[in-house]
Design a protein around this ligand. Structure first.
Ligand SMILES: CC(C)(COP(=O)(O)OP(=O)(O)OC[C@H]1O[C@@H](n2cnc3c(N)ncnc32)[C@H](O)[C@@H]1OP(=O)(O)O)[C@@H](O)C(=O)NCCC(=O)NCCS
Length: 183
């Protein structure tokens, strides 16, 4: 039996209410949080539980997905991957990914991205994946270059965090580039 959501290292699965504690812990690394999006005031345990429960109970969408990156027999949550900016007319979508700091450099993000793109390209017939990366986010720049994404553009000084401005760099991968590199 083969699951399209299972890789060598990670599995993509739906959010479960019990996942709240892992994500609560990941939020303690402010640099990682800023790299992923923006620093926000601390969230209570009650609010984080509510967040996980709401996601777990939400009706799933076929194209706008938010999935847990999980590892091992116990399905331990190590991160999250999601799609947004879905444009069915032009066949493009944007994705975001975040792996908890204790789990970095184990190949989890790379594999999760390949699993997600395979679904979006070959089940949902999208033709292009995009990702925006802040210019100070060296790990993600390295990750996307290593995966074979093409650097397509730069929005100069487009966000402020940690006392400084960052550019945003647009990475893109076409369906056929994915096939050549990852299929
Ligand atoms: C960027 C991020 C998703 C990478 O996740 P990861 O699971 O550690 O990545 P992988 O293990 O798959 O790394 C694959 C390759 O990317 C590059 N890379 C990843 N992290 C790196 C780092 N800190 N420094 C240099 N290169 C790095 C390396 O080439 C690496 O391969 P290697 O370990 O064999 O050298 C993770 O650091 C993260 O979640 N950071 C916080 C949130 C964030 O930045 N999200 C992305 C927003 S666009």
């Amino acid at each position: 039996m083969i699951s399209a959501w299972q890789g060598q290292r990670v599995r993509l699965r739906a959010v479960e209410p019990a996942d709240w504690s892992a994500f609560h812990a990941f939020d303690q690394d402010s640099d990682a949080v800023r790299h992923g999006w923006r620093l926000e005031p601390p969230r209570s345990v009650a609010r984080t539980k509510q967040w996980a429960t709401e996601l777990a109970e939400k009706d799933p969408d076929l194209d706008e997905v938010r999935l847990v990156v999980a590892v091992g027999e116990s399905d331990e949550p190590v991160g999250m991957i999601n799609t947004h900016g879905v444009d069915r007319m032009h066949g493009t979508f944007v994705y975001g990914i975040s792996i908890g700091t204790p789990h970095h450099r184990k190949g989890y993000a790379s594999e999760a991205i390949v699993l997600l793109l395979r679904y979006m390209f070959f089940e949902r017939r999208f033709q292009k994946a995009e990702a925006w990366v802040y210019s100070s986010n060296e790990p993600s720049l390295a990750l996307h270059r290593r995966l074979g994404f093409v650097e397509e553009g730069r929005r100069r000084r487009s966000r402020y965090a940690a006392g400084r401005y960052d550019d945003e760099i647009l990475f893109g991968m076409l369906n056929e580039e994915f096939v050549e590199r990852h299929q």
